[in-house]
Design a binder for this molecule. Structure first.
Ligand code: NDP
Length: 490
């Protein structure tokens, strides 16, 4: 081979693309029309209303879904109340545990079906739904099954009692996983549930309801009301609901807090965030870059605890950004059902418009925008992985939750400045630290006003670990022993 041939071969190697690796969709069958799940049965909404759920990667409708109204909320709460009083609350914890274990195992058995359905309805890459969302959802049920017969040893009093009916409203970014986060501790503690999934991602919650049927869960213990924000509002306001759990935007969280105030209902809110991912000059750069990429581009940045503000020490900023840009050019954006895809579709047009608007404001306010060369599919909702440099703390992109694959980069010189900048946000959900020094991690972690602080990693979840925020990121904890407290009257 001549030198010229050699360099041609190298060009070909650096140009090569992955062959398509499509995930088959025939493991899933989506009914054209889907009812509400009330009292153990699927049924249309009382007034027959429906809405379409679409595949955000193609904009094609996937199915029609029943739209719950006030009458349906009343019926679901009545079913959950009857199940609470007659079956679930009197049942010994060890018996409740069996149902939770069964649900966990069935999720594992039907894992591929859940993963494909989640990627179709949400737009997230199959690699993530298959390797993160579904296994973690099963893990949550396994974990809380273990608590169901040990509640008196949870450190929450000698005889903690369940609260009654839990009204649970969840968002579209992790539809199945958020359903698991809500249902598993509530059921383990002896409560019954009415769950309202997000309008754009109702399908895996309905499949989970079917899994409940398959596990023989007594009718009314779990009810699923698909619908819009009005159904969520009616649910949290219902007098029969004794506990409200919400994950979503800070704005809606505040509205719910106002509704619930003075009613005696127990409330947990898991709201937005604007996490700082802090990289010091002694950090292992390659690992930090992986952590930055995972922190903001995982799930298209639709993550409440996303590391959406990169704080990098000034002396290494150029080197880190250089490697970050290089790493970003290797991210593959496209078909969520391709097993090689790293960045999938934005969940809805509304969310895409919000990301575009905030990104445009970044440019208008003087920050510099950069995305790797990448071709966006013609149909569907897409936004390229993007970083902004030259960001100042007053910019909207440094203050507001973008909830998309957009990273705002700021620099700092001293650890004190890193702390001040990291805490300069109304939120307080999460933070990340990248340094070689353990003492610095401890020094920093105790000064960061965030519910979760990761060191040397980011977006790491475990059912045994409590998760939740401060200030505008909400209150209460989900996961771990702490997650039980929200569902017990101790
Ligand atoms: P919302 O807070 O509006 O939605 C979350 C859930 O609440 C959905 O099920 C929604 O129903 C329901 N809901 C909406 N209004 C009410 C109400 N008044 N009372 C009770 N429930 C209600 O989030 P969006 O989907 O509109 O997203 C907006 C922004 O919120 C995003 O851009 C992002 O910044 C942030 N967000 C943060 C999340 C987090 O985990 N921290 C998760 C999702 C969004 P429906 O789907 O019909 O609107």
């Amino acid at each position: 081979m001549t030198a010229t041939q050699g360099s041609q071969a190298l060009d070909e190697i650096t140009d090569w693309a992955y062959a398509p690796a499509p995930q088959a969709t025939d493991v899933v069958s989506i009914a054209p029309e889907n009812g509400l799940f009330i009292g153990g049965e699927f049924a249309p909404a009382a007034d027959g209303r429906q809405f379409a759920t679409v595949n955000p990667a193609t904009e094609e409708p996937l199915a029609q879904v029943a739209e719950a109204g006030q009458a349906d909320v009343d019926r679901a709460v009545a079913a959950a109340t009857a199940a609470y009083e007659q079956v679930w609350q009197p049942m010994p914890g060890r018996e409740r545990a069996k149902y939770l274990y069964r649900i966990a195992r069935i999720i594992q058995e039907r894992a591929r079906e859940f993963a494909v359905l989640e990627s179709l309805d949400n737009g997230k890459p199959i690699r993530e739904s298959r390797d993160v969302d579904v296994p973690l959802a099963a893990a949550h049920f396994f974990y809380y099954a273990g608590w169901a017969d040990k509640l008196e040893y949870a450190g929450l009093g000698p005889a903690p009692r369940p609260l009654g009916v839990a009204g649970q409203v969840i968002p579209w970014n992790f539809p199945l996983l958020m359903a698991a986060w809500k249902l598993a501790p509530a059921l383990a503690a002896g409560n019954t549930c009415v769950l309202k999934p997000a309008e754009t991602t109702p399908l895996t919650a309905l499949l989970l309801a079917e899994v409940g049927q398959q596990a023989g869960l007594p009718p009314g213990v779990v009810n699923v009301l698909t619908g819009d924000g009005a159904a969520g509002a009616a649910l949290v306001a219902h007098p029969g609901v004794r506990k409200v759990a919400f994950t979503g935007s800070t704005e809606v969280g505040k509205a719910i807090a106002r509704t619930v105030a003075g009613t005696g209902k127990k409330l947990t809110l898991e709201l937005g965030g604007k996490a700082a991912n802090i990289v010091f000059d002694d950090a292992p750069v390659d690992q930090a870059v992986e952590g930055i990429v995972g922190g903001i581009f995982f799930n298209q940045g639709h993550v409440c605890c996303a590391g959406s503000r990169l704080l990098v020490q000034e002396s290494v900023a150029e080197a880190v950004l250089d490697r970050l840009r290089r790493r970003m050019t290797t991210l593959r954006l496209g078909d969520p059902l391709d097993k090689n895809t790293d960045v999938g579709a934005i969940n809805s047009r509304v969310q895409l418009d919000k990301i575009r608007e905030l990104s445009d404001s970044g440019e208008q306010e003087g920050a510099e925008r950069w995305s790797p060369p990448c071709q966006l599919p013609e149909r569907g909702f897409w936004f390229p992985p993007t970083i902004f440099t030259g960001v100042s703390q007053s910019h909207r992109i440094a203050r507001e939750e973008i909830f998309g694959p957009v990273l705002s980069v700021l620099t700092f010189r001293t650890p004190e400045e890193a702390v001040a900048k990291a805490n300069n946000t109304p939120y307080g959900l999460s933070a990340g630290i990248w340094t070689d020094k353990g003492s610095r991690i401890l020094w920093l972690a105790s000064r960061l006003r965030a519910g979760v602080v990761w060191a040397g990693t980011f977006n790491k979840f475990d059912p045994a670990s409590p998760f939740g925020g401060y200030r505008e990121s909400g209150y209460g904890r989900e996961g771990g022993r702490h997650g039980l407290a929200a569902y017990l009257d101790a």
